[in-house]
Design a protein around this ligand. Structure first.
Ligand SMILES: C[S@@+](CC[C@H](N)C(=O)[O-])C[C@H]1O[C@@H](n2cnc3c(N)ncnc32)[C@H](O)[C@@H]1O
Length: 310
């Protein structure tokens, strides 16, 4: 590498916001006292501080570097010296950025059927700011390129597109229900999540005020209860391997209900969607995030939602 390349390791983190949710991410960063500088429009913000990260980020660059260079070959070589796999986040000078990306090892892009194990190699992210400056991080919070999971789409069998949200959660969690595990699927209709669980061989009690898709209702391992999900309590079950919840409700109500299950000690694992109506309910977000050992993230397949997993 010639002397005209400069690789500068920076303190802090870069946040890649989901489309249309940068405002919530920026509000959360302010709550966490993280001052932000925009790198790329509303897509990428930099903070010079470590520490807590906003949950509304799609991907977090954990080890940011600033690379100054004069040629495309130099830029690609500098990236290769930092890490193997790189996902380019659109910034400026698209053609020049594409020429740099072409010189990097090809990132696996082929969608794979669920379930699968995630690659162990770290997935880096970079963006071109101007003709001679790029920012990059060889270490990111998401194992997926740019935070986007490589899941094979199925538009035929699942009763709803929500199945992808659950598959993404379980991939991130690194575990999923095994055959004969007992699952409660709350807010289950029309049945995208239950479809995933049945495919895995689990036993499912689904509960919703609405009916399930007719294709699922006669499945031998599914029992549907047409009632208010919040009327089901730990005393109704001996034990559960998994509790899933995708009910549309206020996060505070959800927190009250989930606390009953946590206190009961009857559930091994959880995947729960927190749905925001209007502004985020920061108090409930903090309550869920404070549960020891749990994770609260914004999935690629989440809209105005966060997913809590334990
Ligand atoms: C986003 S949809 C769930 C989609 C589902 N997870 C799937 O994979 O197809 C939200 C569901 O919450 C249900 N719901 C809302 N309030 C409820 C309550 N109090 N008890 C049970 N279900 C409720 C709605 O009927 C709706 O089916």
């Amino acid at each position: 590498m010639t002397a005209s390349v400069k690789v500068e390791k920076l303190q802090g983190q870069v946040f890649h916001w989901p489309d249309e949710l940068s405002a919530w991410g920026q509000t959360e960063a302010a709550r966490l006292r993280l001052p932000l500088t925009s790198l790329v429009g509303q897509r990428l913000d930099y903070t010079p501080f470590q520490g807590p990260s906003p949950r509304w980020a799609q991907n977090i660059w954990k080890d940011p570097h600033k690379i100054s260079f004069s040629s495309i070959a130099q830029a690609a070589a500098a990236l290769r010296s930092l890490g193997a796999f790189w996902n380019q986040v659109p910034g400026n000078l698209f053609r020049r950025a594409a020429l740099i990306q072409e010189r990097l090892p090809r990132v696996p892009q082929k969608p794979r059927p669920f379930p699968h194990t995630l690659p162990t190699a770290s997935m880096g992210a970079w963006t071109l700011l101007d003709e001679s400056t790029l920012w990059a991080s060889p270490v990111c919070s998401s194992p997926f390129p740019g935070g986007r999971p490589l899941l094979l789409e199925n538009k035929v069998d699942p009763p709803s597109s929500a199945y992808a949200k659950l598959q993404e959660s379980l991939l991130l969690l690194g575990r999923h229900p095994k055959p004969d595990d007992d699952c409660l699927d709350a807010g289950s209709a029309p049945g995208g999540w239950s479809w995933v669980l049945l495919q895995l061989g689990a036993n499912v009690v689904s509960v919703d005020r609405a009916e399930m898709d007719p294709r699922l209702i006669s499945h031998p391992r599914l029992r549907h209860r047409l009632q208010d999900a919040f009327s089901l309590l730990p005393s109704n079950f001996e034990k559960l391997d998994w509790l899933f919840c995708d009910v549309i409700c206020y996060p505070a109500k959800l927190w009250d209900w989930i606390q009953l299950w946590l206190d009961s000690g009857k559930v091994k694992h959880y995947v729960v969607t927190l749905k925001m109506q209007g502004e985020p309910d920061w108090e409930s977000i903090d309550n869920f995030a404070a549960v020891p050992g749990s994770r609260l993230v914004h999935l690629f397949h989440n809209k105005h939602e966060l997913t809590w997993m334990l």
